[in-house]
Design a protein around this ligand. Structure first.
Ligand code: IPD
Ligand code: CA
Ligand code: CA
Length: 256
């Protein structure tokens, strides 16, 4: 499956590169700011073609096309472009994200940003890698010294879970926070120690499936906003190096 995953990441990345900063069709989905481009759809079609060619009976869950169900316990969870708004604006902070779930457990994931030429990969029990070099979460144990990253849902104005309030509570502690616009890269950059922690409300399985295994294999921790067991089908995610996890959790709980 690893070869297929790599092939899918590389071939879809050629499509992202071909159209980058050129003209392509952009449409809004449910909310005006939630975009899908012609390139998302082409990237998705290429990834699915490659997987289906090798494994015609595997399940697929992909952002734009939805679920393609089959009688298998393997599911490929695909985000054909994570960071579509960045991509649509010619900003090279975006990636392709593909996770593999077997019998309900994420066992493999790959995330590729072709513009930074960074390919993150992890397989359960075998560690996490950036361009074939092993990566690890940071060792930072002080929240005050941490660099965090977050994102905001497209429906923040109507979201009852207060993402803006948590953001305010963190920055009011003088803790620097970045907002890159690609949840999958946010998690990878936490996995390789650039960030110490990441949280976000209202994500979907395709945003986080690959990142989840990359971060945990890099020694990080992922929970929900109560500190409980995480599933990629949870909407809320808190991912960190483990050492500052409870401190971020306290801030989130204080606002919730
Ligand atoms: C989005 C990005 C963004 C996050 C949004 C996601 P998309 O994915 O990951 O960082 O804040 O919640 O929906 O739409 O670019 O695939
Ligand atoms: Ca996404
Ligand atoms: Ca997407």
């Amino acid at each position: 499956m690893k070869n297929t995953l790599y092939k899918a990441l590389h071939e879809s990345s050629s499509i992202l590169k071909e159209y980058f900063q050129k003209d392509f069709l952009i449409e809004s989905k449910d909310i005006v700011s939630n975009l899908v481009t012609e390139v998302d759809k082409r990237s998705e079609a290429k990834i699915i073609e490659i997987i289906r060619n090798e494994f015609p009976d595997h399940n697929i869950l992909s952002e734009e096309i939805g679920a393609l169900n089959a009688a298998s316990d393997v599911k490929w969870i695909i985000d054909p472009i994570d960071g579509t708004i960045n991509y649509a604006h010619g900003i090279p902070i975006c990636c392709i994200s593909i996770g593999v779930e077997v019998a309900g457990e994420i066992v493999m994931g790959g995330i590729y940003n072709p513009f930074g030429n960074e390919l993150f990969f992890a397989e359960k029990g075998n560690g996490a890698f950036l361009n074939e070099k092993k990566i690890q979460v940071s060792g930072e144990s002080s929240l005050a010294k941490s660099l965090l990253v977050t994102g905001f849902p497209y429906n923040t104005s109507t979201n009852p879970n207060k993402p803006a309030e948590v953001f305010t509570a963190i920055v009011n502690k003088d803790i620097p926070v970045r907002r890159l616009g690609s949840a999958a890269l946010d998690i990878c950059w936490t996995a390789c120690g650039r960030f110490d922690g990441f949280w976000e409300y209202n994500l979907n399985a395709w945003d986080v499936a690959a990142g989840y295994i990359i971060l945990t294999e890099a020694g990080g921790i992922v929970t929900d906003f109560n500190g409980g067991k995480y599933s990629v089908y949870n909407k809320e995610i808190l991912a960190s190096n483990g050492k500052i996890h409870n401190d971020i959790l306290e801030v989130i709980k204080s606002v919730k």
